[in-house]
Structure formats: C-alpha cells, structure tokens
Design a protein around this ligand. Structure first.
Ligand code: NAD
Ligand code: MG
Length: 422
C-alpha cells in the first residue's frame, strides 16, 4: 500500500474533540486534509464548539454525553442545513463510534475514567489507538494491556513524556508495543521528566491557600483544568509513572522521575552503555499528536522548531516528595497493585473536581486520595466490571470525605458567628 493510500484510510474518531487534546488534534488534521478524514467527534457539553467542528470537518457521526445536549446540537445543525450528520448520546454511542468498522484510528482524549469504556472498545476492536486518556489505562492496568495484546490493536502514546520515550526506543522495540522487553534491548532506565508545575518554587506551607486559577496556570503547557491541577500536585506525574509501567512493560524500580522545569526535554531513555537518548521540542502537544497520527511517517505539526540560541538553560532537580505527596502516593499505588491504582484515580478525580469548585483546599486533595487508597487497597480487581464497581464505590467514599471537609469548615465558622451573636 502506498503512503498516500495508507493515509486515505485514516478515518478518525476523536473522543473528546472539544478539549485541549481534541482541539490540538484537529489543528494537526486541518494541516493535512489530504491525509485524514474526520469520521466522528464527541464532547461532553460544549454544544457551540462541537457545532463549529461539525461545520468545518463534516463528520458522519457525533456523540454528546446527554440527550439534552445532543438535541441542542441537532437543532443547531438543522438550522444550518446540515442534515446528514448523525447525532447520538451516551456511553454506548461513544463505544459504537470507537469500534465502528469504518473507524481506523481513535484519538482517546476524554478526560478521566469516563473515557475507559470507549477507549477499551477501540482497543478490543483492534484499532490504531492514540492514547491521551491516561486515566483509562491507570484505572484498568493489566486488563487494558491484555486487551491490546489479544486484539493486536496498535497503541501509541500521546502523553508527551511517553511519546518521547517511545521515540527514544529502538524501532524493533517500538514494534513490540506493550510486550516490549527493554532490558533485552540494552535499556536499563526510563527517565520521566516533569516540570514541577506552577508551585515548584513556593514554600510547602504556602500551598494550603493556592487557588484553582493559580493551579491551572501552568508555566509551560496549556491544558484542560483537571490535568492542570494534577500537574500542580504532581499527581499527573504519578499517573504517568503508572502509565509508563504498562506502556513499556517496565518495573517501577526502573522508572526515575527527573524534575526539568523548562519542559524542553520531554523524557529520556538510559541504555546500559551509558548513553541517554532524549526527545526535545517546544512544549506543544501537536508534536506528539502529529507523530502518532502519521506513525511511522513524519508530518508537519505546525509547531515551531526549537530555537537553541534563545531557549532557557536546561535545569534538573530531584523531586521533593514532601512538596508532592501525591506523587509518592501514586508510586506506592503502582507497587501495591490494581486496586490501589483504581482507587487513587477515582479519589483524585473527585478531589480535583471539589478543589476546582472551591469546596476543598489544594492540600486536602492529598488527604482524600490517601484515605481512599488506604480503605480500598486490598480489594480484588480482575475484570472491567470490578474496575467499574470499585471506581463507583471509591467515588462515593471520596464524596463523603469532601462533605466532611466542608462540614469541618462550617463547624469552624460556627463558634465565631455565635460569639458575634453573644
Ligand atoms: P479537557 O478537559 O480539555 O477535554 C476533555 C474532553 O473530554 C472534552 O472534549 C470534554 O467534552 C470531554 N469529556 C469530559 N467529560 C466527559 C465525559 N464524562 N464523557 C465524555 N466526554 C467527556 O482535557 P484535556 O486536557 O484535553 O485532556 C484529555 C486527556 O488527555 C486527559 O486524560 C489528560 O490527562 C490527557 N492529556 C492531556 C494533555 C494536555 O496537554 N492537555 C497532555 C497529556 C495527556
Ligand atoms: Mg504528560
């Protein structure tokens, strides 16, 4: 098959097309109308943006989470004279577009464990799956990887660190996918870089009062709000640690985290002869997206090349686990097994959401995560049903912890107000 005909068969399903990764994916696709065809799109509630994407990319099928939003979108499309786009809603509809026989490539860019079922459906259907939705892998681990092995799906990492690691591996290892044997190929460590987020230079006692807006103002990357908070707590690096274990079939002991505040080196692979291979570039997700979309070819991404004469000097630091207790918790969860990882992911989603909504303090995210992991660490997780069941129970428990923090705050306020009355 010629490269041109290979690209023409790249019918894309973009799960989460209105998010940060989804939009960057469409930015790359926009540069290559001859190579990719947008077959299906999906969003949670952004009717306006999904409508604009429909007008520009003319997909066959779009999915919204709720019927109410799907109806709104359908109405807008009708008014614009677009009557050929099929609009549906709900998880089953997401699963259907992901595994549709017409779909070649699925960009898994829904945020959180909500992306698990459609991403897994794409894997089980043997698609080329571009994985941004790290929570799907973290929450299901070996079950997800077994599905990749069974179906022969091609799993390509979008997370910039994992995409960088992938690019630093020898071609034969890249082809082995999730069954790769790093040690046999002379690799003895993966060096996972992280910027340290917006609070790296704050004192630890200043963290209690940081706001959602400050947490979402990442120094180098522009991202969705959940992953931005995860970057500020470094839970994102913890989720990436677990993601790396599964993607590269590597033991936790062989993954090392290196703080690199400039985010120019996106991660590195250390070989036993002392060589370290790094992948570099401007911090822009269009690079890993273009890499994975075109793999094994290379295409333009729209990202400027690195300007070595004006780039900030590279710095490297060890991680301060007192500042980033969530990262330590995630590394421990990775060693403790699937229940710990599933519980950690679910608790963190609840805690981050509560923080973003002003219900809890930044430092309470860790307390909710730690308490939840402790409670559920010994559960058994052998199937996707177990994952879904545990995820739901952890969310309920974490919600109750959020409620207790809120009550605590109210209790603390009460005596003062009574004092005032007296
Ligand atoms: P985002 O919040 O900007 O976008 C999320 C997308 O998912 C949106 O399209 C939203 O409509 C959709 N969505 C949200 N909740 C949903 C639900 N319940 N059901 C179906 N769809 C839903 O997030 P993002 O920053 O684009 O991140 C997406 C994923 O990619 C996350 O897993 C994140 O960890 C990962 N990732 C993001 C970046 C980045 O730079 N943004 C980098 C690496 C990895
Ligand atoms: Mg990343």
């Amino acid at each position: 098959m010629s490269i041109e005909s290979l690209y023409k068969s790249r019918n894309l399903c973009i799960l989460g097309s209105t998010g940060s990764i989804g939009k960057s994916t469409l930015d790359v696709v926009r540069l290559h109308p001859d190579k990719f065809n947008v077959l299906s799109l999906s969003a949670n509630s952004s009717v306006d943006l999904l409508f604009e994407q429909c007008i520009e990319f003319n997909p066959e099928h779009v999915v919204m989470v709720t019927k109410c939003h799907a109806d709104q979108l359908l109405e807008r499309l009708k008014q614009a004279g677009e009557v050929n786009i099929n609009v549906t809603h709900g998880v089953k509809a997401l699963v259907d577009i992901a595994k549709s026989p017409s779909t070649d490539t699925v960009m898994a860019a829904i945020v959180g464990a909500s992306g698990l079922l459609p991403t897994l459906a794409a894997v089980e259907a043997g698609k080329k799956v571009l994985l941004a939705n790290k929570e799907a892998l973290v929450t299901s681990g070996a079950i997800f990887i077994e599905a990749v092995k069974k179906s022969g799906a091609q799993l390509l990492p979008i997370d910039s660190e994992h995409n960088a690691i992938f690019q630093c591996l020898p071609m034969n290892v890249q082809q082995q996918s999730v069954s790769c044997q790093l040690a046999e190929n002379g690799i003895n460590k993966i060096l996972l870089t992280g910027s340290g987020g917006p609070f790296r230079t704050l004192n630890n006692d200043e963290l209690i009062n940081v706001t959602p807006e400050q947490a979402c103002a990442h120094p180098n990357w522009s991202m969705g709000r959940k992953i931005s908070v995860d970057s500020a707590t470094m839970m994102n690096k913890g989720l990436e640690f677990i993601e790396a274990k599964w993607l590269f079939n590597i033991e936790p002991e062989d993954i090392q985290i290196v703080l690199h505040p400039q985010s120019t080196i996106h991660s590195m692979v250390q070989y036993k002869d002392g060589s370290v291979i790094a992948q570099m570039g401007n911090p822009d997700m269009r690079t890993p997206i273009a890499h994975a979309l075109a793999f094994p070819e290379r295409i333009e991404s729209g990202v400027e090349p690195l300007d070595f004469f004006n780039v900030a000097a590279f710095e490297f630091e060890a991680v301060d686990f007192e500042k980033y207790p969530n990262l330590k918790l995630a590394i421990e969860a990775c060693k403790n097994g699937q229940a710990a990882c599933t519980a950690l992911n679910a608790a963190n989603e609840v805690a981050v959401d509560a923080f973003l909504n002003g219900l809890i303090k930044f430092t309470e995210i860790f307390k909710i995560n730690e308490t939840s992991v402790k409670k559920f660490v010994s559960e058994r997780v052998n199937s996707i049903d177990d994952v879904i069941d545990l995820d739901a129970r952890v969310r309920e428990f974490s919600d109750s912890l959020v409620a207790s923090f809120i009550e605590n705050v109210i209790d603390k306020v009460k005596p003062d107000s009574e004092d005032v009355k007296r």
